[in-house]
Design a protein. Structure first.
Length: 134
Protein backbone atom coordinates (compact mmCIF):
# COMPACT_ATOMS: atom_id res chain seq x y z
CA UNK A 1 0.00 0.00 0.00
CA UNK A 2 1.12 3.55 -0.74
CA UNK A 3 0.61 6.44 1.65
CA UNK A 4 -1.10 9.56 0.27
CA UNK A 5 1.26 12.36 -0.78
CA UNK A 6 0.83 16.10 -0.20
CA UNK A 7 2.58 19.09 -1.79
CA UNK A 8 2.46 22.68 -0.53
CA UNK A 9 3.31 25.94 -2.28
CA UNK A 10 3.26 28.96 0.05
CA UNK A 11 4.00 32.59 -0.85
CA UNK A 12 5.40 34.93 1.81
CA UNK A 13 6.40 38.41 0.65
CA UNK A 14 8.59 37.90 -2.47
CA UNK A 15 9.38 34.24 -1.82
CA UNK A 16 7.51 31.06 -2.69
CA UNK A 17 8.40 28.07 -0.53
CA UNK A 18 7.52 24.57 -1.69
CA UNK A 19 7.42 21.26 0.12
CA UNK A 20 6.65 18.24 -2.04
CA UNK A 21 6.12 14.58 -1.58
CA UNK A 22 4.90 14.39 1.98
CA UNK A 23 4.20 10.89 3.12
CA UNK A 24 1.21 11.31 5.40
CA UNK A 25 1.34 8.83 8.25
CA UNK A 26 -1.64 10.03 10.30
CA UNK A 27 -4.46 12.50 9.73
CA UNK A 28 -6.95 14.06 12.14
CA UNK A 29 -10.10 15.99 11.25
CA UNK A 30 -11.63 18.44 13.77
CA UNK A 31 -15.30 19.34 13.16
CA UNK A 32 -15.94 21.14 16.47
CA UNK A 33 -15.74 24.66 15.05
CA UNK A 34 -18.91 25.76 13.20
CA UNK A 35 -17.02 28.01 10.77
CA UNK A 36 -13.97 25.96 9.89
CA UNK A 37 -12.66 22.47 9.46
CA UNK A 38 -9.18 21.74 10.79
CA UNK A 39 -7.01 19.00 9.27
CA UNK A 40 -3.85 17.92 11.05
CA UNK A 41 -1.39 15.54 9.49
CA UNK A 42 1.87 13.95 10.56
CA UNK A 43 4.56 12.99 8.07
CA UNK A 44 7.74 14.06 6.29
CA UNK A 45 8.39 16.02 3.11
CA UNK A 46 10.84 14.54 0.62
CA UNK A 47 11.75 17.83 -1.11
CA UNK A 48 11.92 21.42 0.16
CA UNK A 49 12.86 24.52 -1.80
CA UNK A 50 12.20 28.18 -2.58
CA UNK A 51 12.34 30.94 -5.15
CA UNK A 52 12.68 34.61 -4.31
CA UNK A 53 12.92 37.86 -6.25
CA UNK A 54 16.15 38.94 -7.94
CA UNK A 55 17.46 40.70 -11.03
CA UNK A 56 19.03 39.50 -14.27
CA UNK A 57 22.82 39.93 -14.16
CA UNK A 58 23.55 39.45 -17.88
CA UNK A 59 21.36 39.87 -20.97
CA UNK A 60 19.66 36.72 -22.28
CA UNK A 61 17.94 36.08 -25.60
CA UNK A 62 14.59 34.52 -26.47
CA UNK A 63 14.81 30.69 -26.39
CA UNK A 64 17.88 30.69 -24.09
CA UNK A 65 17.60 28.00 -21.40
CA UNK A 66 20.07 29.65 -19.01
CA UNK A 67 19.93 33.01 -17.22
CA UNK A 68 22.47 34.69 -14.96
CA UNK A 69 21.14 36.23 -11.75
CA UNK A 70 22.71 38.56 -9.18
CA UNK A 71 21.96 36.38 -6.11
CA UNK A 72 21.55 32.65 -6.87
CA UNK A 73 21.02 31.85 -3.16
CA UNK A 74 17.47 33.13 -3.59
CA UNK A 75 16.63 30.04 -5.69
CA UNK A 76 16.77 26.26 -5.40
CA UNK A 77 16.63 23.50 -7.98
CA UNK A 78 13.06 22.55 -8.98
CA UNK A 79 11.65 25.96 -8.00
CA UNK A 80 9.44 27.67 -10.57
CA UNK A 81 10.13 31.24 -11.70
CA UNK A 82 8.82 33.91 -14.03
CA UNK A 83 10.25 37.10 -15.54
CA UNK A 84 8.96 40.66 -15.35
CA UNK A 85 10.00 43.11 -18.06
CA UNK A 86 8.43 46.52 -17.58
CA UNK A 87 4.81 45.81 -16.66
CA UNK A 88 4.62 42.49 -18.52
CA UNK A 89 4.97 39.08 -16.82
CA UNK A 90 6.45 36.20 -18.80
CA UNK A 91 5.64 32.86 -17.18
CA UNK A 92 5.79 30.19 -19.90
CA UNK A 93 2.06 30.28 -20.70
CA UNK A 94 1.16 30.24 -16.99
CA UNK A 95 3.24 27.12 -16.33
CA UNK A 96 6.32 28.86 -14.91
CA UNK A 97 9.90 27.94 -15.75
CA UNK A 98 11.34 25.12 -13.66
CA UNK A 99 14.94 25.54 -12.50
CA UNK A 100 16.73 22.29 -13.42
CA UNK A 101 20.24 23.27 -12.30
CA UNK A 102 22.13 26.05 -10.52
CA UNK A 103 25.84 26.60 -11.12
CA UNK A 104 27.48 29.73 -9.65
CA UNK A 105 25.04 32.48 -10.69
CA UNK A 106 23.59 30.62 -13.70
CA UNK A 107 20.13 29.07 -13.55
CA UNK A 108 19.29 26.40 -16.12
CA UNK A 109 15.59 26.23 -17.04
CA UNK A 110 13.39 23.47 -18.42
CA UNK A 111 12.20 25.61 -21.35
CA UNK A 112 13.63 28.43 -23.45
CA UNK A 113 12.59 31.90 -22.29
CA UNK A 114 9.92 33.68 -24.30
CA UNK A 115 11.46 37.18 -24.34
CA UNK A 116 14.84 38.91 -24.57
CA UNK A 117 15.97 39.88 -21.05
CA UNK A 118 18.11 42.86 -20.11
CA UNK A 119 20.30 43.47 -17.07
CA UNK A 120 18.10 44.33 -14.08
CA UNK A 121 14.91 42.79 -15.49
CA UNK A 122 13.13 40.97 -12.66
CA UNK A 123 13.22 37.23 -12.07
CA UNK A 124 10.80 36.12 -9.37
CA UNK A 125 8.94 33.18 -7.90
CA UNK A 126 6.06 31.69 -9.86
CA UNK A 127 3.19 30.41 -7.75
CA UNK A 128 1.26 27.62 -9.52
CA UNK A 129 -2.50 28.02 -9.69
CA UNK A 130 -4.66 25.70 -7.67
CA UNK A 131 -6.16 22.86 -9.73
CA UNK A 132 -9.69 23.46 -10.95
CA UNK A 133 -12.45 21.79 -8.98
CA UNK A 134 -13.65 18.60 -10.59
Amino acid sequence: DENPSVSLWIKKDHTVFFARGAAVNTTRLDLKNNDAVVFEFNGNFMDLGWAGKDYIAEAALTNDTTVKVKNPKLFTKDAKIQFVKGETVYNNSNAGYKITDISANTLTLDNGIEVDLSVDDVIEAFLPSAPADS
